[in-house]
Design a protein around this ligand. Structure first.
Ligand code: ATP
Ligand code: MG
Length: 655
């Protein structure tokens, strides 16, 4: 990102694509909604700090705070002097309220027939025991614990057990390589690693412990590796260093006193996905973070006690932290946790899970939705999705056509869709519809949530009331990052050096005549074509608008005449063949949707796109390919063979 700042074009962004469809909330939905009117917005507008204080009161505090906010730009402290514990808020208080029997997690393993139903009582017991195990291994308040796990309940227990004793967790996605794991453990100086022998992914066992061994060999701060037996694959246990989870849990006591944490004590460090460059260790603290996730869970997802919530994100991403572990559990939600991929054993696995557990709220990413579009509706048709009442999207801008597909085929035209914009850095959702009151427009994350003050600015910091520019946040919010681990300078430079006193998230946005926000993708990806700043998002959405296209990624390539020309990488829906004719059709389609300025110079058909392990398109690698450069940092890439084959295909054509 710090590298990216220099590359940002010095202009506003041209907003070219228009989308006129509007979906109003049904009277029926509004009637039952948690947020039925604009009273939250009014409260927040009247007195923002009093509003956030009221939000924080939904948590259980051991000691109330003395001051809501201390703001010394760019460092904020929220609920100063308050004491609380995250695991207490996610477990103990629900048990005290008589919810011990309530299902916390319906866990579904990837192999057929594997499931576990875990109550709040059970989760409480496991977390307490594990907290005692951590203590027995010498882990104390403030120590860092790395978590490298498959999607099994023990991953959530590990996070909550850390928070119970005040240890700082850093979860590393279970699909990352040994290098990526080692780099993160070393940066965080973690003392303990908790992992599993293996986990299931698309029918195969991913040998996590072997990868962890390779990583730990170069991570001198790690004293112990705690290993959950999951896949029963063969592993090597290193004497003294490695310990079996079940053996220590078998001996551990059932209760561990929750540590009274300061509101500003660090809850976790999480490294960003690494879409734009070297991952940053984002720091979140306890009181403000929990306030953000607990409230947005109620507002945006309209969560009720009877709901079955399913967020498909892995615990390794911020979405898994905020909307699988902390947000839902602080609200005593019942949730689904699924270990594997959506296409195993068949491409209808997600829909089968929704049918089986009667999921009511489903939250996934555009990358998944575009894969479903590519596979076709036949996989959805024979599954009963009638339990669904609300759908969500996160991770990338959602193309309007993908939104409509989701609305028709999954929501069956009756479920509101919440397109939620946020980042690892923001901790919780900041821009999203409130499903009972906000009319949605496909592709727009709509408006900021109450208490969040966003603006669209040009490069000089001048506000753009209507049109394209750069998204900015004018004032601090409780769940904002508190810094980058061991790198305060990078924190200042990355987020606070662009405009005075204003947070720079790094995304382009346009504001329409109704004040709706349309996220235009990363500022670093914006193309400068013949004097126009064109967002990758708009050209991609115009391509996806054509019925033969499932997904696309566009990049700007150097062009002598125009400065940059547009190269589009396109994945066709199954049953369509790449041809020169379809290239011409697609070029003409973009011209029709947006205008001649956005006509792609080149269209390259491909079966796959380079994506991060969190499923986001890595356009910077496509730029490297298109410009014949050596590939940049590829450590967070999901499948290296995709870029290699694209590269040779591209070079063949050029050559
Ligand atoms: P890195 O910062 O390391 O490059 P990353 O930005 O992909 O990685 P995350 O914090 O997981 O890491 O992703 C946040 C980004 O994802 C946002 O800044 C935005 O670009 C994109 N994003 C997330 N949700 C949405 C959404 N609903 N609409 C548009 N963009 C979104
Ligand atoms: Mg980012």
């Amino acid at each position: 990102m710090s590298k990216g700042i220099k590359e940002i074009p010095k202009l506003t962004v041209d907003a070219l694509l228009t989308e006129n469809r509007v979906f109003k909330p049904s009277a029926e939905f509004t009637k039952q909604a948690n947020v039925k009117n604009d009273s939250l917005h009014k409260k927040a507008a009247k007195d923002r700090l009093a509003f956030w204080a009221e939000c924080a009161e939904k948590l259980d505090w051991f000691k109330p705070w003395d001051k809501v906010l201390e703001w010394k730009v760019p460092f904020s402290k929220w609920f100063v002097g308050g004491k609380l514990n995250a695991s207490f808020n996610c477990l103990d208080r629900h048990i005290k309220a008589g919810l011990g029997n309530k299902t916390a997690i319906f866990w579904e393993g990837e192999p057929a027939g594997e499931q576990k139903i875990i109550s709040y009582d059970e989760a409480y017991k496991q977390v307490n025991k594990l907290a005692n195990v951590f203590k027995s291994l010498g882990i104390k308040k403030g120590d860092r614990v790395a978590i490298y796990m498959p999607m099994i309940p023990e991953a959530a227990y590990a996070m909550l057990a850390c928070s119970r004793i005040g240890a700082i967790h850093t979860v590393v996605f279970g699909g990352f390589s040994a290098d990526a794991l080692r780099e993160r453990m070393n940066d965080a100086q973690a003392k303990l690693l908790i992992t599993a022998d293996g986990g299931y992914r698309r029918g195969k066992v991913l040998p996590l412990k072997d990868i962890a061994d390779e990583a730990v060999a170069g991570a001198p701060t790690i004293k112990h590796v705690l290993v959950v037996k999951r896949a029963k694959n063969n592993i090597t246990m290193h004497e003294k260093r490695d310990l079996w989870y079940h053996e220590l849990m078998g001996k551990a006591k059932d209760f561990c006193e929750p540590e009274h944490m300061d509101a500003e004590d660090v809850l976790f460090i999480l490294y960003t996905s690494g879409t734009t460059g070297k991952p940053k260790g984002i720091i979140h603290t306890t009181g403000g973070y929990l306030t953000g996730v607990t409230n947005t869970m109620q507002w945006v997802f309209d969560l009720k006690s009877k709901d079955v919530f399913w967020c498909t994100a892995d615990v390794g991403w911020v979405t898994g932290h905020s909307y699988f572990v902390y947000g839902p559990m602080a609200n005593a939600a019942t949730q689904v946790m699924y270990e594997g991929t959506p296409d195993f054993p068949e491409r209808n696995r997600f829909w089968k899970i929704i049918e089986k557990y009667k999921v009511t709220i489903f939250y996934t990413a555009p990358t998944a939705i575009r894969a479903f579009m590519k596979w076709g509706t036949k996989w959805v048709e024979d599954c009963k999705l009638t339990s669904l009442r609300l759908l969500g999207s996160v991770g990338e801008p959602i193309n309007p056509e993908a939104w409509i597909w989701y609305h028709l085929n999954i929501g069956k035209q009756k479920c509101p869709i919440v397109d939620t914009w946020w980042q690892t850095e923001t901790g919780c959702i900041l821009i999203a519809p409130l499903p009972g009151i906000t009319a949605t427009k496909p592709g727009s994350a709509t408006k900021p949530l109450p208490g969040i003050e966003t603006v669209v600015l040009d490069d000089d910091g001048k506000e753009i009331k209507e049109g394209g520019g750069i998204l900015a946040i004018k004032s601090p919010w409780p769940s904002m990052l508190r810094g980058i681990w061991r790198d305060p300078e990078r924190y200042k430079k990355t987020y606070w050096s662009r405009w005075p006193n204003t947070y720079f998230p790094g995304d382009g946005a346009k504001k329409d005549e109704d004040g709706y926000l349309w996220l235009l993708g990363r500022v670093d990806d914006i193309m400068l074509v013949a004097g126009h700043n064109i967002s990758t998002m708009e050209v991609e959405s115009a391509l996806v608008d054509n019925p033969i296209v499932a997904e696309s990624a566009v990049v700007g390539i150097t062009d002598e005449l125009k400065g940059q020309a547009i190269a589009a990488f396109v994945i066709l829906k199954e049953g369509n063949n790449p041809s020169e004719e379809s290239q011409n059709i697609l070029k003409a389609h973009v011209v029709k949707k947006i205008g001649a300025i956005a006509r792609p110079e080149k269209i390259i058909f491909t079966p796959e796109l380079p994506k991060t392990r969190s499923g986001k398109i890595m356009r910077r690698l496509l730029r490297d390919i298109a410009e014949g450069r050596a590939l940049g940092d590829v450590t967070t890439l999901a499948d290296a063979s995709v870029v290699e084959s694209l590269k040779s295909k591209y070079e063949d054509k050029e050559g």
